[in-house]
Design a protein around this ligand. Structure first.
Ligand code: BGC
Length: 374
């Protein structure tokens, strides 16, 4: 009798465990989009769109500045954390001196010398906002405007913006569409297209600051970076390209194989803030670089069809920003940007790849930030 009861008990336990396991397996994560209010900008409602994929990865975007507010990924222990710098509320994004956290950049990412250039024999003067140079589109770039939500699905958000003729000094009405998509294989894909009615320089990009430690490390110095580039654009003291493309070999700029960012950073005056000339490839979307945080195991690959990538190591962060996520102090090197782009100041550098978009042409730029664990 005793044996009979023990057997029943053991069988019941086994049955219960089996049921529970099946239940756990069945607890699949559904692909979803949720929306929540993120405040108001000039009387217009700002909404935060959060996308979750089947693996539990999340990306959140607001229609102010087309800004990515969160990217939540798993580490090697299965713990989820946010891997980009940002703020808990809209007030953070609106504060003076917000260093372009997560936002869309345009009409021209990075600098145009003295804000001057010539197109079709006509000279133009842009708004200058950085030591007499024009940076990231001028005083009111695309990071400081409301984007229109064109379409939304459970995994994507299409935003549009009409940048009017003469805005910040740029010629032509530029019709822009940016599609953010959270892919099933843990990528955040950004597709940019634009058309114009007058020839204009264009160089759109996104300005996420990554720290793959997800809040563990106060800097990115222990991240390992690889860039698929043998050359970089040399710059002067105002960060304007000299036109020369030196070899990275035997210099602190060499990331052709993965290297800890902290290794040589002290040898680069002011830290890394340069554009790498990506190696030519026959692929449509070649690998531009990888970023790895060994302690968490988080690994990010960046793919793009653009000719360059700006690696900015967060040199100007100084711990003074308010409304930061969980009140973190964003000190120097707290996060880094990997901006897929054309080279800075291209409109004034005839030897650089062309950045002038003409009427009848279509600007096409794709970037994919793909996350995994190593
Ligand atoms: C530039 C830096 C600039 C920063 C602004 C980067 O893309 O390369 O020079 O200071 O943006 O936050």
């Amino acid at each position: 009798m005793k044996i009979f009861y023990s057997s029943v008990l053991i069988l019941s336990i086994l049955f219960y465990t089996a049921c529970n396991n099946t239940k756990n397996k069945m607890a699949v994560i559904k692909k979803t989009r949720t929306e929540k209010s993120f405040g108001n900008f000039n009387g217009e409602a700002v909404t935060e769109y959060t996308f979750t994929n089947e693996n539990g990865m999340q990306a959140s975007i607001i229609n102010y500045g087309g800004t990515v507010t969160k990217i939540i990924t798993k580490d090697k222990d299965g713990k989820y954390a946010d891997v980009i710098l940002g703020y808990d509320s809209l007030a953070g994004y609106l504060q003076k001196g917000n260093p372009y956290f997560g936002c869309l950049i345009g009409r021209y990412g990075n600098r145009i010398a003295k804000g001057k250039f010539m197109v079709d024999g006509k000279s133009y003067q842009l708004a200058t906002n950085n030591k007499g140079q024009s940076l990231h589109g001028g005083n009111k770039g695309y990071d400081k405007v409301m984007w229109t939500v064109k379409t939304k699905t459970d995994s994507s958000l299409a935003l549009t913006y009409l940048s009017k003729d003469e805005e910040e000094g740029y010629p032509g009405n530029l019709n822009i569409e940016v599609i953010y998509e959270l892919t099933a294989d843990n990528g955040l894909k950004i597709s940019y297209t634009a058309t114009t009615d007058k020839a204009t320089p264009i160089n759109l990009t996104n300005h996420c600051y990554f720290n793959l430690s997800g809040g563990r490390d106060s800097t990115i110095l222990q991240h390992k970076l690889q860039l698929s580039a043998n050359k970089f654009t040399e710059v002067d003291s105002l960060l304007i390209p000299t036109g020369k493309l030196p070899d990275v070999k035997n210099t602190p700029m060499d990331f052709s194989t993965a290297k800890e960012i902290g290794k040589d950073i002290a040898l680069v005056k002011g830290g890394y803030d340069h554009n790498w000339d990506l190696n030519k490839s026959k692929e449509d979307m070649p690998l531009a670089g990888t970023l790895y945080h060994p302690a968490s195991g988080r690994f990010m690959q960046v793919f793009t069809n653009e000719p360059g990538i700006q690696f900015y190591s967060g040199n100007f962060l100084d711990g003074t920003l308010s409304n930061t996520k969980h009140n973190q102090k964003y000190i120097q090197y707290a996060g880094l940007c990997l901006e897929t782009q054309h080279f800075p100041d291209s409109p004034n550098q005839p030897s650089f790849p062309n950045t002038i978009l003409k009427p009848g042409e279509k600007y096409l730029h794709t970037a994919l930030y793909k996350f995994s664990i190593k």
